[in-house]
Design a protein around this ligand. Structure first.
Ligand code: 1PZ
Length: 229
């Protein structure tokens, strides 16, 4: 039933994962980062089949990074830190050193794979911020496509942009969206209070995502990897 959609998704898990992904040294812990995405995939899956190809894409990227991580023994120089895929910076250093990063053509490096997730996180940041500021009756599809055109469309082919346009028509309306994100399913009289809590949670999540996004962006910039094919 409609009320059951998104039952498994918990936005506070997104908040916790992305908050704990950042260390005191402004490192990004990859495991926490991927866990944040796992929870976002649950959200995507609650939106139904038309959005299915998007969650498949995200799952594929997450799986690839995890596979690389499992298959990467630490080299001698790295021995100290152990897992070369522990943090974003250690992954970058490891893959550069191992010659896994191809600056000219498409490869299967963790760096180029995570860059796709990073750009999608930009989209999410813009979208959730817009949702938080929206009012009743605003079209989620419209907010979504404004954010998409800014953050992701420049990296997508014409054909893919058309497919995304079609998928966005199938997005739930604002009320349903808030129900999924904030768990607002209570009786009318409690709705106002629950929606306020939900909005606060949404705001804190946007802040956590923004922090992770900014640190990741700096790391990609510092390594000249913002345009990895
Ligand atoms: C509310 C949910 C609606 C989300 C709509 C946002 C539009 C996302 C469009 C994603 C298209 C996915 C199809 C595959 C695209 C890939 O070609 C590209 C480039 O990867 P490459 O081909 O270079 O390996 N993949 C991406 O750009 C990653 C996109 C992930 C999109 C995730 C958005 C959802 C975020 C979580 C929402 C809660």
């Amino acid at each position: 039933s409609r009320l059951c959609r998104g039952r498994d998704f918990q936005i506070h898990r997104v908040l916790t994962a992305f908050n704990s992904a950042v260390t005191g040294e402004r490192e990004i812990l990859l495991e926490r980062y991927l866990e944040g995405w796992d929870e976002l995939v649950k959200f995507l899956e609650s939106l139904g089949t038309v959005i299915g190809f998007i969650s498949q894409e995200v799952k594929g990227k997450l799986g690839l990074v995890r596979e690389l991580r499992r298959g990467a023994p630490a080299t001698e120089e790295e021995e100290e830190g152990g897992d070369p895929y522990r943090t974003l910076r250690s992954m970058m250093a490891h893959e550069l050193r191992a010659g896994l990063v191809d600056f000219r053509r498409q490869s299967l490096s963790g760096c180029r794979t995570l860059l796709r997730l990073h750009r999608a996180l930009h989209w999410l940041q813009l979208f959730l911020r817009a949702v938080g500021r929206s009012s009743a009756g605003d079209s989620m599809g419209a907010l979504c496509s404004v954010a998409y055109n800014q953050a992701l469309a420049p990296y997508h082919s014409w054909l893919l942009r058309q497919a995304v346009g079609v998928a966005l028509v199938a997005l739930p309306d604002r009320a349903e969206f808030f129900r999924i994100v904030c768990g607002v399913e209570e009786a009318e009289e409690e709705k106002g209070e629950r929606e306020r809590e939900g909005r606060q949670l949404l705001e804190r999540t946007v802040l956590a995502i923004t922090r992770v996004y900014n640190i990741t962006q700096e790391a990609y910039q510092a390594n000249g990897m913002l345009d990895l094919p």
